[in-house]
Design a protein around this ligand. Structure first.
Ligand code: UDP
Length: 330
C-alpha cells in the first residue's frame, strides 16, 4: 500500500512539531509548513535528515502550492498565546481567515481530509461551565482577544461551509490549555511564564487575584486526541482537554513546590477579557473517540520542567523568543 502523505501547517510550533513526530512514527510522509513567526526550526530540526520529511518556509495566507497527492491536512498555523496575538493582531486574523481559506481550497483540490485546530477561546468568558460543544460562547469581538477568538470562530464557520457545500471531509478540534516540552519559554503563557520565573529566581506574576481557573492537558494526551479525531468520521467540533481544573493561584503554588524555588507570588493586573473559568466537558471525546487524558498534572509538569531546565542560560534570559520584528510593518 502506498504511503499516506500529510501536510501539517504550523509545523515548527509547539503542537505542530509534536504532530510531525507522531505522524512520522505512524509511517506517514510529512510535508511540514511554517513561516517561523512564532515557530522555531529547533523544534523540528531532528526530522530534517529523514527522507519522509519535507519542510517549506511559507506564509499560508498566500496561495499554497504543494506538488503531488495529499491524503490529510492538519491546520495548526496560528499564533496561540495572548501576548503573541496582541503583538501581531492582523497576522492572527489573516492566518485564521485567509490562511484557513487557502488550506481548505488545497484540501478540496487534493481531495484530502482536513482537521483544523480550533480552541476553547471560541467559548470566550463562558457562562456555561464546564463547556460543552453545544455552547455558543461569550466572546467580545472588539476586545484585544477578539482577533484570535473571532478568527477561530470564522475558521470553524468556513470549515463547516466547505463540509456542507463541497462535501469536504473536515474535522474540528477545540483545544483547551495544553502544555509540555517545546513551548516557548517567553510566549507569555502561564506555565512557561511561571517556570521561567522560577528558574531565573524571579517572583511569580499572578494576574488578578488568581481565582480564575484553567484546566491543563499534557501534550501527549492532546496529540493522541488529534490522531483519533482525524481518523474518525465525526465532522462536528470536539473538545479535547483535561477536565482537571485549578485556580491560577493554586497553579503558581504547585510550580513553586515543583521547582523548589523559594519564590514569592506577586499580583499584577488581570488582562482585559481574561476568561474567569475554563473546563472542558469531554463527554463527546469519550463516547465518539474513546479518548480521555492519561497523564496527570504532577507527571506532566515534571517532564515539562525537565525540558525547561535543559535550556541554555542564553535561552532562559532571552526575553524576545520570536521573529516578530521582520513581520511587523512599521
Ligand atoms: N497568567 C498569570 N500570570 C502570568 C501569565 C498568565 O496569572 O504570568 C494567567 C492569565 O491571566 C490567565 C491564565 O494565567 O488567567 C492563563 O493564561 P495563558 O496566557 O496561559 O492562556 P489563556 O488560557 O488565558 O489563553
Amino acid at each position: 500500500m502506498a504511503k499516506k502523505r500529510i501536510l501539517i501547517t504550523g509545523a515548527a510550533g509547539f503542537l505542530g512539531s509534536h504532530l510531525c513526530d507522531r505522524f512520522i512514527k505512524e509511517g506517514f510522509d510529512v510535508v511540514a509548513m511554517d513561516n517561523l513567526i512564532t515557530g522555531r526550526l529547533t523544534n523540528i530540526e531532528h526530522l530534517f535528515p529523514l527522507k519522509e520529511f519535507t519542510f517549506y518556509n511559507h506564509d499560508i495566507t498566500k496561495f499554497i502550492h504543494v506538488a503531488g497527492p495529499l491524503d490529510y491536512i492538519l491546520h495548526f498555523a496560528s499564533p496561540a498565546s495572548p501576548i503573541d496575538y496582541l503583538k501581531i493582531p492582523i497576522q492572527t486574523l489573516k492566518v485564521g481567515s485567509l490562511g484557513t481559506h487557502n488550506v481548505l481550497g488545497l484540501a478540496k483540490s487534493k481531495n484530502a481530509r482536513i482537521l483544523v485546530a480550533s480552541t476553547s477561546e471560541v467559548y470566550g468568558d463562558p457562562t456555561v461551565h464546564p463547556q460543552t460543544e453545544e455552547y455558543w460562547g461569550n466572546v467580545n469581538p472588539i476586545g484585544p482577544r477578539g482577533v484570535y477568538d473571532e478568527a477561530k470562530r470564522f475558521q470553524e464557520a468556513i470549515t463547516m461551509a466547505y463540509h456542507r457545500y463541497h462535501g469536504l471531509e473536515t474535522r474540528i478540534i477545540r483545544i483547551f490549555n495544553t502544555y509540555g516540552p517545546r513551548m516557548r519559554l517567553n510566549d507569555g503563557r502561564v506555565l512557561p511564564a511561571f517556570i521561567g520565573q522560577a528558574l531565573r529566581g524571579e517572583d511569580l506574576t499572578v494576574f488578578g487575584k488568581g481565582n480564575q481557573t484553567r484546566s491543563f492537558c499534557y501534550v501527549d494526551d492532546l496529540i493522541q486526541g488529534i490522531y483519533l479525531l482525524l481518523m474518525s468520521d465525526y465532522a462536528y467540533p470536539v473538545n479535547i482537554g483535561n477536565p482537571d481544573e485549578i485556580t491560577i493561584l493554586q497553579f503558581a503554588e504547585e510550580i513553586i513546590k515543583l521547582t523548589g524555588a523559594n519564590q514569592k507570588i506577586i499580583y499584577e493586573d488581570l488582562p482585559v477579557d481574561d476568561p474567569m473559568q475554563r473546563q472542558p466537558d469531554i463527554t463527546k471525546a469519550r463516547s465518539i473517540l474513546g479518548w480521555e487524558p492519561k497523564v496527570d498534572r504532577a507527571e506532566g509538569l515534571k517532564i515539562t520542567y525537565q525540558y525547561f531546565q535543559s535550556l541554555s542560560k542564553e535561552e532562559l534570559y532571552n526575553k524576545e523568543h520570536n521573529n516578530f520584528d521582520q513581520f511587523i510593518s512599521k
